[in-house]
Design a protein around this ligand. Structure first.
Ligand SMILES: Cc1cc2nc3c(=O)[nH]c(=O)nc-3n(C[C@H](O)[C@H](O)[C@H](O)COP(=O)(O)O)c2cc1C
Ligand code: SF4
Ligand code: SF4
Length: 444
């Protein structure tokens, strides 16, 4: 049986599955229930100064049949008294000494930071997470993303924390910044022991068409909130990769957060270099029980691939993540339709003809609705295979023989790049375009 325990910046956990700081970690009751269900760690709902929350608080993107493809919230940090939270942290550690309890913190002044760090250390927390993320409410008071968006301020606060912290410190970054490396480097320079990301993305999920107010509506008005859930996973993966590939950050443990719902999501974050993962929305949607599928799936994946520990595959995708200029321009794929699987919906034809490269023709054979790929027009963009509703009905076939490899970078170095559009080396020069008459079928 593979070993899925982790040591994350000195914080030990029986598995890499942690709850993110959010409503599911609002109380000792919830954290103990989660540990009992199989979660290895929990980042407590952010502790700090007294706040007042509004009602309602959440909005969602329901995409077609999927409820909560994305979740938006305008909630603040915990509104429960600090003393209650500290007592419950202590209690959780008594019942679960081998699980990871991390206290998420957000205060303002140096004195407040020093005091609250002492408080959570005394309560027995295994680590501290600095919340520099909330894109609503707290930032208006100079905290949360107001810090996460200002690398110099972030570095100063990390330094204040590192002056006194005796337990590992994780700096949680805001994605509401154009270049995530800037706060990542600031956290590293401030001396953080680890980094976690992403917090929520500043967003408006929709407008009510009767009251003309954004969701969630608070007495006829709304505000921007923080977006999370499955919709944000690609953004989170990219930002994790930016840090795990950066020479000055790559040795700092990274906790991956954003849209994680299944074992596969967990594996993807670890393959990009995350050393633990954190989950919020999926637990708010389905409850703590989802960890059972995560654990079973992770174990099966590791067994199938022959990995004995998490560290055997942590970061294993990173050598394959490169810049566009290093991709092989000689690689060529073309779409292929498996006629035995095709249900004749013609979605591929519509997508390619209207939205891509006019490389699919409707069948001219009597009775057949299986479209035909026009190989010479197909640029191998994948669109048809993405829209086809039948699994593996359209696959991409390799057409180059694998002997040639040349990149844009190499061609630039060799002076072998097109400089005018009629240069034979220009990519789109021989692109097929149908006639104007073909576009105007509905005109008489
Ligand atoms: C309702 C709600 C409240 C949250 N509160 C906090 C918080 O107090 N502190 C914090 O660091 N992050 C907070 N988050 C952000 C989550 O910890 C997490 O970073 C984000 O939701 C992305 O993960 P997910 O896609 O799994 O939800 C909150 C998220 C939600 C949805
Ligand atoms: S891969 Fe792209 S260009 Fe080729 S047939 Fe499909 S949609 Fe058209
Ligand atoms: S989208 Fe798929 S199933 Fe539909 S016609 Fe094209 S190949 Fe056939």
């Amino acid at each position: 049986m593979p070993d899925i325990s982790i040591n994350f910046a000195g914080i030990k956990s029986p598995n890499p599955f942690w709850l993110a700081s959010a409503p599911p970690t609002n109380s000792g009751y919830q954290v103990m229930k989660a540990f009992d269900a199989g979660w290895g760690g929990a980042v407590w709902k952010t502790l700090g100064v007294p706040v007042v929350n509004v009602s309602s608080r959440y909005g969602a993107i329901n995409y077609r049949d999927t409820r909560i493809a994305g979740l938006n919230n305008i909630e603040l940090i915990t509104d429960r008294p600090l003393a209650d939270n500290l007592k419950e942290i202590e209690e959780v550690k008594k019942y679960f000494p081998d699980h990871a309890v991390i206290a998420s913190l957000m205060v303002e002044t140096k004195a407040e930071w020093h005091q609250i760090i002492k408080d959570v250390e005394n309560a027995g927390a295994d680590g501290i997470e600095l919340n520099f993320g909330c894109p609503h409410g707290m930032c208006e008071r100079g905290m949360g993303s107001a810090v996460g968006q200002e690398p110099e301020v972030l570095k100063t606060i990390v330094e204040w924390v590192m002056e006194v912290a005796k337990i590992p410190v994780i700096t949680k970054l805001s994605p509401n910044i154009s270049h995530i490396v800037d706060p990542g480097l600031a956290a590293a320079k401030g001396g953080t022991n680890a980094i976690s990301l992403i917090n929520t993305i500043k967003s408006i999920v929709g407008i009510d068409l009767d009251s003309f107010a954004p969701y969630p509506i608070v007495d006829g008005k709304g505000t921007n909130g923080g977006y999370c859930g499955p919709a944000v996973k690609p953004i989170a993966l990219e930002m994790v990769k930016e840090l795990t590939k950066h020479p000055e950050i790559k040795d700092i443990p990274i906790s991956g957060i954003g849209g994680i719902e299944s074992w596969r999501d967990v594996v993807e974050f670890i393959l990009l270099g995350a050393g633990s993962v954190q989950v919020c929305t999926a637990v708010m949607h389905y409850g703590f029980g989802i960890v059972r599928e995560m654990e079973a799936g992770l174990l099966q994946f590791m067994q199938e691939k022959g990995f004995e520990t998490i560290y055997d595959f942590k970061g294993k995708a990173l050598p394959n993540v490169t810049e566009w200029k290093h991709l092989n321009l000689k690689h060529k794929v073309v779409a292929k339709i498996d006629e035995s699987k095709c249900v004749g919906c013609e979605l591929c034809y519509i997508a390619c003809d209207d939205g891509a490269h006019q490389a699919i023709a409707l069948s001219t054979e009597n009775g057949s609705r299986v479209p035909k790929i026009i190989d010479e027009n197909c640029v191998g963009c994948n669109l048809c295979s993405l829209v086809c509703p039948v699994e593996d009905c359209i696959t991409m076939e390799k057409r180059d023989d694998g002997t040639q490899h040349v990149t844009w970078d190499e061609r630039t170095a060799a002076g072998d790049i097109p400089t005018t559009f009629d240069d034979d080396r220009a990519g789109g020069k021989h692109h097929f375009v149908p006639t104007v008459q073909d576009a105007l079928k509905h005109r008489s």
